[in-house]
Ligand binder design. Structure first.
Ligand code: F6P
Length: 364
């Protein structure tokens, strides 16, 4: 096996707390093994535009507790379908992967470590399969919807933010005898809503995987009122939808891999609840607050473990694999297998059953 002399690392897709902890662990681990590291800026955009810089110990000093990513990130620059302005102002997609590979060659990168969610890993795997590029994936997303790992770093931080929000809404809901609807992130997977709802004692949890009926939600809120509970807390994932209905789309853009911007389900639910029950209702959209700021200790540790093991996997020649947590051990899984199906909430999941057992309604 060819000796590894240089690792390239990029962070792709939406950012999440813990990315810097991964970068730091990769640089430290590689340094000890005599391997140089270069950072590619703004995800795959840096490969396309030759934006690469050396990363040594001084560059990663002090970054462990920082949110965001010192490398920058992007969720629009797929080298296999790169969006460029075409004739008549129309966006055209081109394959610029050869350009990206030239950057790898020019910088003498032996292994590319791709830190990202499913979009980033699908691109990494295409490079691996089509061009035999040695890649090692590190899973990240606050949505926690990647297979190949029990949990992604970033999720715990987002969950803490969301649970704090539920707790804060609890006291004001109770004081004013209102229904408070909290919209959290999660386009196709409702893990943040489910876990924050469970941790914060949400009375209603609405997730994309379990379509709801607003009548059921209102019945539950009325039942609570009849029992003297004159307030209710609803935690709704941005991608939740009513039975037979659609997700609430805030706007569509044409230069991103996922052109849909979600947002607004909380307003819809709050207004419907107020109209149908007569109980005053308010809504809060948590948005990107969930993605920003310093990672929790759990995320710092998990991200550091992933970074260390990504370098170990590279040295062991485990290319085309993703590091992940299984139980309390770090294992690798072929990226292909990890991205084949997303990890979604199931109606029979233990957490759903527990939430129901403690009186939470899923609107179904
Ligand atoms: O994929 C993670 C995620 O947090 C989704 O839950 C959310 O819909 C999306 O990112 C928002 O992305 P952007 O920053 O592009 O608006």
């Amino acid at each position: 096996m060819k000796k590894i002399r240089k690792i390239g690392i990029l962070t792709g897709g939406g950012d999440c707390p813990g990315l810097n902890a991964v970068i730091r662990a990769v640089v430290h681990t590689a340094c000890r093994a005599g391997i140089a590291v270069v950072g590619i800026r703004d995800g795959y955009a840096g490969l396309i535009h030759k934006d690469v810089r050396p990363l040594a110990l001084p560059e990663v000093s002090g970054i462990l507790p920082l949110g965001g990513t010192i490398l920058g990130t992007s969720n629009r620059d797929n080298p296999f379908q790169y969006a460029e302005p075409g004739a008549g102002g129309k966006v055209e997609h081109r394959d610029v992967s050869a350009q990206a590979l030239k950057t790898i060659e020019y910088n003498e990168i032996d292994v590319l470590v791709t830190v990202g969610g499913d979009g980033t890993q699908i691109i990494a795997n295409t490079f691996f399969e089509k061009h035999k590029l040695p890649v090692v994936g590190v899973p990240k997303t606050i949505d926690n919807d990647l297979n190949g790992t029990d949990v992604t770093f970033g999720f715990d931080t987002a969950l803490n933010v969301a649970t704090t929000a539920v707790d804060k809404l609890h006291s004001t809901a109770e004081a004013h005898h209102r229904v408070m609807v909290l919209e959290v992130m999660g386009r196709y997977a409702g893990w943040i809503a489910l876990d924050a709802g469970l941790a914060g004692g949400g009375d209603v949890i609405l997730v994309p995987e379990i379509p709801y009926r607003i009548e059921k939600v209102c019945d539950h809120i009325r039942d609570r009122a009849a029992r003297g509970k004159r307030f209710s807390l609803v935690v709704v994932a941005e991608g939740a939808k009513p039975e037979g209905g659609q997700m609430v789309v805030a706007r569509k853009v044409n230069d991103a891999s996922d052109p849909i911007r979600l947002g607004g389900i909380a307003a819809l639910v709050a207004n419907q609840v107020e109209d149908l029950t007569g109980i005053e209702s308010r809504y809060t959209i948590l948005g990107h607050v969930q993605r920003g700021g310093s990672p929790t200790p759990y995320d710092r540790i998990l991200a550091s473990r992933f970074g260390y093991h990504a370098v170990e996997a590279a040295m062991a020649g485990k290319f085309g694999h993703l590091v992940g947590l299984r139980g309390n051990e770090i294992r690798t899984t072929p990226i292909q297998e990890a991205v084949a199906v997303p990890r979604r909430v199931k109606a029979g999941d233990d957490k759903v059953l527990v939430a129901k057992a403690v009186g939470t309604c899923f609107g179904s």
